[in-house]
Design a protein around this ligand. Structure first.
Ligand code: C5P
Length: 228
């Protein structure tokens, strides 16, 4: 199976959910590129703690250069759910990378040139053999411009906040609607305005508006397009 599918969209637009469903339906491997930026952010947070926000971009890049060789980010299939789980140096970090703390830091770190080069090289390697559905911000436009299928997922800010709140309830029961909304808007701004590979819709992407649709309806729409 040589198929490569790129799915992009804003945070919590439903792109990962759709990517997982497509992977399951077509027997593809799902790669969540955002999880890689999150795992790298967690690595930096563990080392620097609260001092992380005080570092300049230059200081952070300088330190990261000494760390890339020691930072292994990988995906391991969970035997029960059959879904990929993010690992950082062999440690399962799938839940820890989804916390508000990581969400609040990740977009700034994702702007750094060396971070993008480091992770994008790995993303391309992961997709090189085909049989992959990868989701993110710049997958169709930059990471995998030759993907046979490109989807761009959109939905309202309200739905995105609700979705994120549902997910966060498990790990962060005290998180508020306002806090999540502010985080999503700040990340949209950072992701859409950065100089390197910002979030944009690839010219040849098909737009999927999933507002008001169930997961199944969104999958059906995507599958019709994929199988055309
Ligand atoms: O998709 P998710 O919200 O988990 O991604 C976390 C962050 O990683 C995004 O806010 C964005 O800053 C960054 N990211 C990126 N490029 C990608 C995927 C994610 O810059 N392809």
């Amino acid at each position: 199976n040589q198929l490569v599918i790129a799915i992009d969209g804003q945070s919590s637009s439903g792109k990962s959910t759709l990517a997982k469903a497509i992977a399951k339906a077509l027997g593809l491997v799902h790669i969540d590129s955002g999880a890689m930026y999150r795992a790298l952010t967690l690595y930096a947070m563990r080392y620097w703690g609260d001092k992380l926000t005080q570092l300049s971009a230059q200081e952070l890049e300088g330190w990261l250069q000494t760390q890339y060789a020691h930072m292994q980010i990988s995906f391991v299939k969970d035997p029960q759910t059959q879904q990929n789980q993010t690992h950082l140096n062999q440690e399962l970090v799938e839940s820890e990378i989804r916390t508000m703390e990581v969400s609040n830091r990740v977009s700034k770190i994702a702007q750094l040139a060396s971070v993008r080069t480091f992770l994008i090289d790995q993303q391309r390697l992961l997709a090189a053999k085909g049989g992959v559905v990868m989701d993110g911000r710049d997958i169709g436009s930059n990471v995998l411009p030759n993907a046979q299928i490109k989807l761009f997922v959109t939905t309202s800010i309200h739905t995105r906040v609700q979705r994120r709140l549902e997910e966060l309830k498990i790990t962060d029961p005290n998180v508020t609607y306002q806090e999540v909304e502010a985080n999503l808007k700040a990340r949209d701004f950072d992701d859409e305005n950065r100089s390197l590979a910002p979030l944009i819709q690839a010219d040849d992407a098909m737009v999927i508006k999933n507002e008001g649709l169930t997961k199944e309806e969104v999958l059906e729409q995507a599958m019709k397009y994929i199988q055309k």
